[in-house]
Design a protein around this ligand. Structure first.
Ligand code: PGA
Length: 231
């Protein structure tokens, strides 16, 4: 069964979250996950859908202003968390080491984890895609192994929010590099929409999708889930 996760980023407060969740009815045959902002988690959880947070701290508690811990998320009923999204790496100083620590904490509290990896355009164009991917994946794998709660997401940075998707061949190649290193499901992310979902999701090694923009609209996210369920 494919996993389709909607990463809402910094969109939708509690009211919009409630409206979306009420209207959202994923079909059978797909695992649908919604990842709202922290303040909207309680509203999303009321719906009974599977809910992940967008980040999680590595400590259980402490003097870490602005952070949220794994036991706090678990207490709320959240099922998992994204870690290492490229926007966190780019804008908030996240490193392979902090990403791995966050993954360890989440899995240690029985939360599932979607850990994101992916090269920038500059890295791809200078021939370093494989090197970068390996380093990012190994940092996570060395910290948590082939944990059953772990999912990786291949998200080439140049494809995120740009409308530019990796070709099916590029996705297949990157997923095969990742799968040689770690035996867990791997999602593709980066401008996935109802129109390109099928060709990406049918590639070998693509076990689902992490969707940003197209997950904000209930119709398009439902269409994506339907495509995945019918494969
Ligand atoms: P996008 O975002 O689908 O809007 O490109 C994907 C992501 O950042 O997870």
């Amino acid at each position: 069964m494919k996993l389709i996760a909607g990463n809402w980023k910094m969109f939708k407060g509690p009211r919009e979250t409630r409206d979306f969740c009420e209207a959202f009815a994923p079909p059978e045959g797909v695992e649908a996950v919604l990842c709202p902002p922290f303040v909207s988690l309680p509203a999303a959880l009321e719906s009974g859908h599977t809910i992940f947070a967008q980040n999680v701290h590595w400590a259980d508690d402490g003097a870490y202003t602005g952070e949220i811990s794994a036991p706090m998320l678990a207490e709320l009923g959240v099922a998992g968390a994204i870690v290492g999204h490229s926007e966190r790496r780019q804008f908030f100083g996240e490193t392979d080491e902090t990403v791995a620590r966050r993954a360890v904490a989440a899995l240690g509290h029985e939360l599932r984890v979607i850990a994101c990896v992916g090269e920038s355009l500059e890295e791809r164009e200078s021939g370093q895609m494989e090197l970068v991917l390996r380093a990012q994946v190994e940092a996570i794998r060395d910290a948590v192994g082939d944990h059953e709660g772990l999912v990786l997401a291949y998200e080439p940075v140049w494809a995120i929010g740009t409308g530019q998707t990796a070709t099916p061949g590029q996705a297949r190649q990157a997923h095969s590099i990742i799968k040689e290193l770690v035996d867990v499901p791997v999602l593709y992310g980066g401008s996935v929409k109802p129109e390109n979902a099928e060709e990406l999701l049918t590639q070998e090694g693509v076990d689902g999708a992490l969707v940003g923009g197209a997950s904000l609209d209930v119709e398009s996210f439902t269409a994506l889930c339907r495509t995945a369920a019918n494969l």
